[in-house]
Design a protein around this ligand. Structure first.
Ligand SMILES: CC(C)(COP(=O)(O)OP(=O)(O)OC[C@H]1O[C@@H](n2cnc3c(N)ncnc32)[C@H](O)[C@@H]1OP(=O)(O)O)[C@@H](O)C(=O)NCCC(=O)NCCS
Length: 192
């Protein structure tokens, strides 16, 4: 064989190849959010602000805005949870905030749940929402509302329905993002 004809073997025969590493299980811990989590929380939320219609925000939130929201929720003792990977990466968050400022609404909150795109579809949303509901109940809250975009948020609708949120109404053409009109679906769950 001439030297220039020599072709190095590109891959080992199957019986000599190393078995692929098993995929690490999807592990996470759910805990209260801290100030140090806010840069990650901001990054997660802003991804959906810029790339989706699941939030009607169009301007990325600043860290200062997140700090102020954190302080406000903390003062009201409203649950704000994060899910964290074994290496400490924030994978997602869930919180509740007052539905309206008028005093008679004080037992009613709206929830918000956002996961890092790579952490979706693996049951984390389910675990976070379950923890959020439990914490909201323990905080003495009575009603949780979810306001979900009527397009592009099928995962969120499915997730809320799985926890017994029921549709209580729809608003059509109340949002305009990415050059199209959007509506909202409102869902409610009683914590009694
Ligand atoms: C919505 C979100 C929190 C759901 O969390 P998740 O971890 O992806 O969902 P889970 O894996 O726990 O699945 C929960 C349920 O939703 C369903 N689901 C998840 N993604 C879905 C999708 N894209 N379309 C349809 N159903 C979906 C699952 O099948 C599951 O249903 P089941 O309980 O009947 O089996 C997450 O996908 C997310 O952060 N999405 C982007 C941000 C967002 O939409 N936030 C909500 C704003 S209102």
């Amino acid at each position: 064989m001439l030297e220039e004809e020599y072709q190095p073997r590109r891959a080992l025969p199957p019986h000599l190849r190393k078995a692929p590493e098993p995929e690490a299980p999807f592990a996470f811990e759910i805990r209260d959010a801290t100030l140090r989590d806010l840069p990650d929380v901001r990054e997660i939320y802003n991804y959906y602000v810029v790339n989706s219609v699941v939030t009607f925000d169009e301007d990325a939130m600043t860290l200062r805005e997140w700090r102020s929201k954190f302080a406000y929720l903390h003062k009201l003792k409203m649950p704000f949870l994060v899910a964290v990977s074994p290496t400490g990466q924030v994978l997602g968050y869930a919180l509740v905030s007052p539905w309206k400022q008028k005093r008679a609404y004080r037992f009613t909150v709206e929830n918000s749940i956002y996961l890092r795109p790579a952490a979706t579809g693996k049951g984390l949303g389910h675990a976070l929402l379950e923890a959020l509901i439990e914490r909201s109940r323990a905080a003495g809250l009575k009603e949780i509302l979810a306001v979900v975009a009527d397009k592009g948020a099928e995962g969120s609708l499915r997730l809320h329905e799985a926890f017994g949120f029921t549709e209580i109404g729809r608003m059509g053409r109340v949002g305009y993002k990415f050059e199209r009109w959007l509506g909202t679906v409102m869902l409610q769950k009683s914590l009694k």
